[in-house]
Design a protein around this ligand. Structure first.
Ligand code: GLU
Length: 450
């Protein structure tokens, strides 16, 4: 039986995915972005075509959808939809966050799960990929409502997770508070203190040092490695950051620690510009503690100003870190960034840059770090939390941060050398996709048709 050419195989797989997953634009976008880069890998590994690796890789191993009924503060019954997509466990237990946001639907959770498979492979931490969440909107909910919702969510999720099965963590709308409520309910339902079932726990009960900072710090470490290759660095550079959650906050902090100046942050209402460099403590106070709008920052900080609506990518800077959400940086923004002298873009969020914008940026010679590589520090530190839990040990902040730094250097090296091997040195999209893919594909090949 003769094999199809890599190109023919890839377009056949893509066509089948498009046919089977209609109405799921984000998922199709994520799959397309990966498949488009894999021809040279398949050229080198025809055995992956023969073993049907791609056909299997694009189909989640298991998709769980469930009802989440709960009672709000007025005594009214509310119903949300819960998701857990167990995408691929060839490398280890499914691992990936939970997102609570009204935009969550099957397409979004599947795109995130698909990306997670490659990202987790790049960390070399032996974790498979999964993702979950709900269309529950935490905005404006009381603490008691968030608790009741989280408990109701776990009441169903409990059947599918476990430290050796599937290990959820946070994502947009799920932070330390939600992980606490989810863990409490898991413990109550199972009668087990199974620390390793969730990551991002409170530090007093099994949470790892640096987990909160890890995604943001990791993205800056990756950018630093990428810039160093081009004889450049974060020091002395202006950084434009979108978002104001966990990832953005710690990108800002690390940029300043490395001698750069992060001057923006945003939320759904608009963005702030602070030429003196964002005051991280004030940002945390406004967004994390008070859960207020970002304009509040500008009210309290002399010299800072708030722009309602608009695009943070209009602000001039040499570094850009999209850390808000998917498809937040399109072609127009990419052109604006280039006009303003951007040298590197590193994705703190998952798939924040549209495929067209990536093309424009790469075409202009801008260094581009895709999320699967640049934001892998969060999940990598989750894996460190799992191993500390398993060993009943606890690392201090410095050890945890230096381990994270090492991992990000390794992720960068893996991506860079794959980009060289497959013919486009410095193309980190090709590098991340191909290095992640080969790791997962090889494990799948060796484990048989599963
Ligand atoms: N949600 C994060 C991500 O996108 C972290 C997942 C985790 O720690 O399991 O990678």
């Amino acid at each position: 039986m003769s094999l199809p050419t890599p190109e023919a195989h890839l377009s056949a797989v893509l066509e089948a995915v498009e046919c089977r997953n209609q109405g799921e634009p984000e998922f199709l976008q994520a799959v397309r972005e990966v498949l488009e880069t894999l021809a040279p890998v398949l050229e080198e590994h025809p055995e992956y075509i023969e073993a049907g690796i791609l056909e299997r890789l694009v189909e989640p191993e298991r998709q769980i959808l469930f009802r989440v009924p709960w009672v709000d503060d007025r005594g009214k019954v509310q119903v949300n939809r819960g998701y857990r997509i167990q995408f691929n466990a060839a490398l280890g237990p499914y691992k990936g966050g939970l997102r609570f946001h009204p935009s969550v639907n099957l397409s979004v959770v599947k795109f995130l799960g698909f990306e997670q498979v490659f990202k987790n492979a790049l960390t070399s931490q032996r974790i498979g990929g999964g993702k979950g969440g709900s269309d529950f909107d935490p905005a404006g909910k009381s603490d008691a409502e968030v608790m009741r919702f989280s408990q109701a969510f776990m009441t169903e999720l409990v059947h599918y997770i476990g430290e050796h099965t599937d290990v959820p963590a946070g994502d947009i709308g799920v932070g330390a508070r939600e992980i606490g409520y989810l863990f409490g309910q898991y413990r109550r339902l199972t009668h087990r203190y199974e620390s390793g079932v969730l990551t991002g726990k409170g530090k007093g009960w099994g949470g790892a040092e640096v987990r909160t900072e890890a995604t943001g710090y990791g993205a800056v470490f990756f950018a630093e490695e990428m810039l160093a290759r081009a004889a450049d660095g974060v020091a002395g550079r202006r950084a434009i950051v979108s978002g104001s959650g966990n990832v953005a906050t710690y990108v800002i902090e690390k940029v300043q620690q490395l001698g750069g100046r992060a001057i923006t942050a945003s939320d759904s209402s608009g963005y702030i510009v602070d030429e003196a460099g964002i005051d991280v403590d004030l940002l945390k106070q406004v967004k994390e503690t008070e859960r207020a709008r970002i304009s509040e920052y500008a009210e309290r900080r002399p010299g800072a100003h708030f722009v309602a609506g608009g695009s943070v990518w209009d602000v001039r800077g040499e570094l850009a870190f999209p850390c808000a959400t998917q498809n937040e940086l399109g072609v127009d923004a990419a052109r604006e960034l280039i006009k303003n002298g951007v040298r590197a873009v590193a994705e703190g969020a998952n798939m924040p840059t549209t495929p067209e914008a990536i093309e424009v940026l790469q075409g202009a010679g801008v260094l581009f770090a895709p999320g699967k590589a640049a934001n892998a520090g969060g999940v990598a530190t989750s894996a460190l939390e799992m191993s500390q839990n398993a060993a009943r040990s606890r690392w201090d902040f410095d050890k945890s941060e230096s381990r994270l730094h090492e991992i990000m250097r390794d992720v960068h090296e893996l991506c860079y050398s794959a980009s060289e091997r497959y013919g486009k040195p410095g193309d980190y999209v090709l590098g991340a996709n191909s290095a992640g893919f080969v790791t997962v594909a090889q494990a799948m090949l060796e484990q048989g048709v599963i």
